[in-house]
Every structure is written in structure tokens, then in C-alpha cells.
Design a protein around this ligand. Structure first.
Ligand SMILES: C[S@@+](CC[C@H](N)C(=O)[O-])C[C@H]1O[C@@H](n2cnc3c(N)ncnc32)[C@H](O)[C@@H]1O
Length: 272
């Protein structure tokens, strides 16, 4: 771990940075399709909230071109510095960096054409406060888009062992960190209260066998986070060991099929 002051559930470290890179590649098509449907394009000013090391921001930059710009908002100095160095090496001039959290960051008023938030709002204790602050920086007519979990659907086939309790364990883990594993279903309610018009709501599930990248993605999580769940008291050591053993046995079984939890594309427009 780094000495980063960010204390969000999954932590900040070089290993986590590499996990985020892998995760980005596994889910990249899903995110790219979402951006394409929303027509994110040349010249747009974008805000990537909780950008991590900037893997989505890099893709956004490609879409908006030299005339557009991408601002990354991120509480981890470690991730921000990493992306700052990477952007400098590439000679990119249209990336801006803000260190802070979405709930309290000082952002320019009604400035952005597009605000994007992937796998962040599910970790925070007050999703409404989070959204209200960033919505102030969205232009009238601008789009806010999020991708996050409705933590259902996680499963392994054949489904007979301890892993069938894994979804519930992860939900407990998210809640123990102050987050909401069902945040995706709450966002349209907040949109309605804030008069944001919902224009997209699309659940996505990836599936694959033991050699698939989606199962490898899940392995990078479960191989360390079952123990983290034990360490914070969400599950017992016996339960954690049994879930991990079942997971590892499925990885050796060529007949296994893994289904990811639902990740929902959610987008809304701010009224003119
Ligand atoms: C799972 S990572 C996702 C990174 C990136 N959005 C992606 O999709 O690859 C969650 C990120 O949210 C950041 N984060 C946590 N709490 C936050 C908050 N309150 N406001 C903004 N970012 C936050 C973390 O530091 C971390 O970089």
C-alpha cells in the first residue's frame, strides 16, 4: 500500500493500479459502446470523477480530440501523479487534474458537456451529496453518465458450493465500507429529484469460462478480497476459505461458466 490518505474500500497501491488497468481492458467495449450511444465527440469538455489512474480519461481524450479537454477528479495523489507523469510523457496538453472528492471538490460552474463516473458512487456513504456537487458543474443540456453495480447476477455454474454465498459477502463488504451494492437502482430516483432526464438505463453482464478475461478479472478480486472481508469481520475465516476453495476448484474445471454482477449504464441530461 502507499501512504495515500485516500481510505476508500479497495485501497490505493501499485497492485490495485494494475488491477484497474486489467479491469479497464475487460470492460472497455462496454464503456466504449456507452460513449458511442451518447455521441461523446470532438471538442467536448469532460469530467471523469474518481478517475483512478486515468484509463477511461485516456479513451475520452481520444474521442474529444485536441479541441476538447478532459478533467480528472481523484482523491488519490498516487493515481493523480501517475496519470500526470504519463500524460506529460505523451505530450498531452488538454488533461486537467483536480485532487479531491466529488462531494466537496470546487468545480467550475456549468462548465462540462459530459460528466462520467465509473465504479465510484457505489463506494460512497452519501450518493446524493456526491451527485449534487458534480451536477453543478454540468452545462445545461450536458450529459451525466455513470456505470456501477446492481450487485445481482454474480454466479458460477455448476453452482453447488460455497461460492453461491459470494454475492452476499460482497454486498456486506461494500456496506461495511459505507457504500451501496445496489446504487445503480437508486440513481434514477436522485435524477428525478434533481430534474435530470433519464436517457439511458442498460444493464450489462459479462460471462466466460476458466480461460476468459472476465473470469481472470474476478480472480484478481476474489483471490485477495475474500481475505479482506474476513479481516474486517464481514465473513468468518471458515466461510472465506470455503468460498475461495470453491472458486479455485471452478477455475480448474473446463465446464465452468462464470457470470459477472450487473454493471448498469445510466445517463441523464440536465435541462436547458
Ligand atoms: C474502483 S476505482 C475506479 C477508477 C476509474 N473510475 C475506473 O473506472 O477505472 C474507484 C476510484 O474512486 C476514487 N474515489 C473514492 N472515493 C471517491 C470520492 N468520494 N470522490 C471521487 N473519487 C473517489 C478512488 O480513489 C478510486 O480511484
Amino acid at each position: 500500500m502507499t501512504n495515500d490518505k485516500n481510505d476508500y474500500l479497495l485501497g490505493v497501491s501499485e497492485t490495485e493500479l494494475e488491477r484497474l488497468r486489467f479491469q479497464h481492458n475487460v470492460w472497455k467495449n462496454v464503456t466504449d459502446d456507452f460513449f458511442t450511444r451518447l455521441n461523446v465527440g470532438n471538442g467536448w469538455k469532460c469530467l471523469d470523477v474518481g478517475a483512478g489512474p486515468g484509463f477511461v480519461a485516456m479513451d475520452l481524450r481520444e474521442r474529444v480530440g485536441e479541441n476538447g479537454e478532459v478533467t480528472v477528479l481523484e482523491p488519490s495523489k498516487y493515481y493523480l501523479d501517475w496519470f500526470r507523469n504519463d500524460s506529460a510523457k505523451r505530450g498531452w496538453a488538454n488533461i486537467k487534474f483536480i485532487e479531491g472528492t466529488a462531494e466537496v471538490a470546487l468545480l467550475p460552474s456549468e462548465y462540462f458537456d459530459f460528466i462520467f463516473v465509473r465504479w465510484v458512487i457505489g463506494f460512497v456513504p452519501d450518493a446524493e451529496k456526491f451527485l449534487l456537487n458534480i451536477l453543478r458543474s454540468l452545462k445545461p443540456g450536458g450529459i451525466i453518465a455513470l456505470q456501477d453495480y446492481q450487485y445481482e447476477g454474480l454466479s458460477l455454474s455448476p453452482n453447488s458450493g460455497a461460492f453461491q454465498h459470494a454475492a452476499n459477502a460482497v454486498r456486506g463488504y461494500w456496506r461495511a465500507g459505507g457504500g451501496d451494492p445496489y446504487v445503480a437502482s437508486r440513481i434514477p430516483i436522485i435524477f428525478r429529484q434533481q430534474e435530470i432526464k433519464l436517457i439511458e438505463y442498460k444493464p450489462n453482464c459479462l460471462a466466460g469460462g476458466p480461460k476468459s478475461t472476465v473470469m481472470e478479472w474476478a480472480h484478481k478480486f476474489f483471490s485477495t478480497h475474500f481475505q479482506a472481508m474476513v479481516d474486517i469481520g464481514v465473513i468468518t475465516q471458515t466461510e472465506g476459505d470455503a468460498m475461495l476453495a470453491d472458486w479455485l476448484a471452478h477455475r480448474e474445471n473446463p465446464d465452468t461458466m462464470f457470470f459477472s454482477p450487473l454493471v448498469v449504464d445510466i445517463a441523464g441530461v440536465k435541462p436547458e
